[in-house]
Write a protein that binds this ligand. Structure first.
Ligand code: GLP
Length: 260
């Protein structure tokens, strides 16, 4: 794992967007795996800014999102389809045929999950998988106890996750109980995984992911098995890391160091 610690959330977001931009500039037809959640909102805002400034090539990329709530049609205001349309796909003017999310309203969610994994493989696999992390260590919607070899499938959400995500829903709406999520095995097949975490609320999960035992108690710990995982943190999210000093020596200010 490459652990990059930036002084504040804005610097962490900028570093994360830099990595995405580099990937797209090196390979404009790259396949990106995309995430949702509050952490990603400033990432997409900055990516849009940089695309509008002509600093990053976006029109040839393809994307696959991590997850979607079961039962929500694409037009529902709290669906991840809507989240992505409003924050990224619309502002970038992306061709909808290049952007993919699981269909939460598919009549057979299990079949939809299998179809989704096959579509990712058919697109050539994911070049860069963007990830956030839940307070309980989930990635995508792979809740604790998820098989570390799981394919894309339907998962039951924990109460903690539903409570954390209730802030996005109206007072009369309930957070769905199930989601279709890329599996841990799907995420591990990506050629580069980039996880962004900011804020104190993520510090415990981040330490468990990077320094805790590999195990289903903290699904994000599976990234310890990823051949190329980059973890981008702000100081608050990095607060519980025991080896923090080492990471800061290896990557001062979260930057690459040239050898020699
Ligand atoms: C959500 C999403 C994840 C996201 C995580 C953290 O439930 N399924 O992809 O990384 O929880 O969200 P936030 O960034 O809002 O803390």
């Amino acid at each position: 794992m490459k652990i990059l610690i930036l002084p504040d959330p804005a610097a962490a977001v900028a570093r994360c967007v830099e990595i995405i931009a580099q990937t797209l500039n090196e390979k404009p037809q790259a396949v990106l795996g995309l995430a949702t959640g509050g952490t990603m909102e400033p990432v997409y805002a900055r990516l849009v800014e940089r695309a509008r400034a002509g600093e990053v090539a976006v029109d040839r990329m393809t994307s696959f999102n991590l997850d979607e709530y079961v039962g929500l049609p694409p037009e529902h205001s709290q669906s991840y389809h809507s989240y992505m349309r409003e924050r990224l796909f619309g502002p970038l003017g992306l061709d909808p045929s290049r952007t993919h999310l699981p269909r939460g309203d598919a009549p057979d969610p299990a079949a939809e999950a299998a179809r989704y994994d096959a579509a990712i493989a058919q697109a050539g696999g994911i070049d860069l998988q963007l990830l956030g992390i839940g307070g309980n260590g989930h990635i995508g919607f792979n809740e604790p106890s998820s098989s570390l070899a799981s394919p894309t499938r339907v998962k039951t959400l924990t109460r903690a996750t539903r409570e954390a995500n209730a802030r996005f829903f109206g007072p009369d709406e309930t957070v769905p109980r199930f989601a279709i999520t890329m599996g841990i095995a799907t995420i591990l097949r990506s050629r580069h995984a980039v996880l962004l975490a900011t804020g104190t609320k993520k510090a415990t999960a981040v330490a468990a992911m990077a320094e805790g035992p590999l195990g289903a108690r903290c699904p994000a710990s599976a990234l310890q098995m990823h051949p190329r995982a980059t973890i981008v943190l702000d100081a608050e999210a990095a607060a519980d890391l025991e080896l923090r000093q080492y990471y800061e020596t290896a990557h001062p200010e979260g930057q690459e160091v040239t050898l020699g």
